[in-house]
Design a protein around this ligand. Sequence first.
Ligand code: ZN
Length: 210
Amino acid sequence: MKYIETQVSDLLTATHPQMLKYYKLRQKEHKKVLFTDVELEKKDIIIKYLVEPTYEGEEQPQEVSTNGQTFTNTTDYTTSVFFKTWWKFFTKESLSNAIIPLNDFKFMLEFAPVKVHCTCPAFHWIGSKYEVGKDDNSALYPTKIKDPIWSKRNLKNYGVKGVSEICKHLYQTLPKLEKDSKKILKQLNLRLQEWLDSGYRIDMRQGLIR
Ligand SMILES: [Zn+2]
């Protein structure tokens, strides 16, 4: 993949159609794809989701008892979508008053350059993280470790050459951004107000600075 800047739609379309077919097949198993928060990292924002893992065959979630408490041993994965230069999509006035309008926010979701991450083991080990970080630096935490195995397996099982750009959790997350945009924006405006109250200010060239 060679983009100067990657947008959300690039990540979705850069994934091989055969892989997408498989992701869609597994889609109904992800009952939970939950927006959790908007965080600030340096001057850029990260939108976070929790995504329930899927289970195949015998790897069903187990009931575990610890200290008299019983719980189901599931680990939700956290997906992160990092928006670079997000503030450039808004007016200084709306930023300074923490009242970003919904339409501007939707436009930002679609066109701002993104970096992504998922905490699932697959994102790293199937080579996605390497792949998205390679040419266009859209891996939030890039790696130099290539995938030695899965690309061969993908070719054999799905006829897919190379690796998938995103894991199935990010595949669930990215289309939700637009659907959840109202909810996410409400949280962003709240967070923005907190950041402004704690001494950050908006600089239209550099973003949120202290
Ligand atoms: Zn994942």
